[in-house]
Write a protein that binds this ligand. Structure first.
Ligand SMILES: Cc1cc2nc3c(=O)[nH]c(=O)nc-3n(C[C@H](O)[C@H](O)[C@H](O)COP(=O)(O)OP(=O)(O)OC[C@H]3O[C@@H](n4cnc5c(N)ncnc54)[C@H](O)[C@@H]3O)c2cc1C
Length: 324
């Protein structure tokens, strides 16, 4: 079996295979244009302007925690941090919506205390994606499983039986999955130097502030639909600096401005499964803004399918886009 791409999708898939003693090889083009290179790694159980629980969060969150903790134990690296989110009310309507949903118990167990200005979201997390990719890459290079090269999944794979394509924003160029209505959303974020942030609190008001190491935080992320270049823009930087001034308790200095492309689908669900016209070609992609939360669960879908023939969940099966 060959996995093409070692972003979050390929990494979590490979970990699932590794954990179950399956044989596999991976290739990755040096994280070239990888969204995972810039992903902040936030898991936020309550999102959106309508204040809804993140899709299947009650099932996905415990699995994600268990998988990342397993990686920590086996590779001796720290990747998982339990966090809380302090979200400011955008306006009076949002405050009312919050009150009603809390009263009906719709946000349990993640809805926390509220005051006039905002509310707390419990059960959030931060995954240090850079540390995760670094540690797993070094491990698979040492064990001879990972090669740093670009591959053509359609031809290269013939020697490997099943090829699972995890190439993120490069997937729309893959002819075997041309029937999938891929969409793109460009994201930009800043790394800033600042002080006096609580290390376990993500601040959220439109954009978010994530404390990373002492004296440093990330501010993000913009979401530009159907923009397919990954050049940093002055307009996004200005928006993020504006949010940083509102959210940060102290002045800040911008150290880095990074960008990436998120691959998404019109129904906002990711894709997993085999190509309907070539069963030796598989996919795990379309993670959108939720790569750290979705990847472990999608990887488990692949393993259940390979080991016991369990059908892929119809809501995420790539076959849902196949005409007829
Ligand atoms: C600014 C920003 C902030 C974000 N913040 C968060 C967040 O806080 N939380 C969250 O959960 N998600 C976040 N995301 C989303 C997250 O980054 C993505 O969901 C996730 O990284 C996608 O992972 P992937 O493995 O599918 O793709 P990628 O990370 O793009 O990985 C694909 C890999 O395949 C390789 N590749 C491509 N073509 C080939 C080829 N032909 N041969 C070999 N290798 C190839 C690439 O080099 C790359 O390494 C953010 C995204 C952006 C842009």
């Amino acid at each position: 079996m060959l996995i093409v791409g070692q972003g979050l999708a390929g990494t979590l898939l490979a970990w699932e295979l590794e954990r179950n003693g399956a044989d596999f090889r991976m290739v990755d083009a040096g994280h070239d244009h990888a969204a995972s290179r810039v992903a902040a790694g936030i898991i936020n159980p309550i999102t959106g302007q309508r204040l809804v629980k993140s899709w299947r969060i009650d099932e996905l969150l415990p699995l994600a925690r268990a998988v990342y903790r397993d990686i920590e134990r086996k590779l001796g690296v720290t990747v998982w941090r339990d966090m809380r989110v302090r979200r400011h009310f955008a306006n009076e309507t949002e405050r009312l919506v919050w009150g009603e949903k809390q009263a009906r118990g719709e946000l349990a167990p993640y809805g926390g205390d509220a005051d006039q200005d905002g509310f707390w979201i419990e059960g959030a997390a931060h995954v240090d994606v850079a540390a995760l990719l670094r540690a797993t890459r070094a491990y698979w290079q040492k064990t001879g499983r990972l090669g740093e090269t670009r591959a053509d999944p359609a031809t290269q794979g013939r020697d490997h039986g099943l090829v699972i394509v995890c190439t993120g924003a490069a997937l729309p160029a893959e002819p075997a999955f041309a029937f999938v209505p891929w969409a793109m959303a460009k994201g930009e974020l800043l790394t800033v130097e600042t002080t006096d942030l609580a290390p376990d609190v993500i601040l959220n008001h439109g954009h978010w502030v994530l404390p990373t190491i002492p004296g440093e935080a990330k501010v993000g992320a913009t979401y530009a639909r159907e923009v397919r270049d990954d050049d940093p823009t002055p307009a996004a930087r200005a928006q993020l600096e504006h949010s940083a001034r509102a959210l940060l308790p102290r002045p800040f200095v911008v150290r880095r401005h990074e960008t990436g492309l998120r691959l998404t689908l019109p129904d906002k669900c990711p894709v997993v499964g085999r190509s309907p016209h070539d069963s030796n070609l598989g996919v795990l992609a379309g993670l959108g803004s939720k790569g750290v939360l979705l990847a472990p669960w999608l990887a488990r879908q692949w393993w259940n399918h390979l080991s016991e023939g369990v059908p892929f969940d119809p809501q995420v099966n790539v076959g849902r886009f196949w005409p007829g």
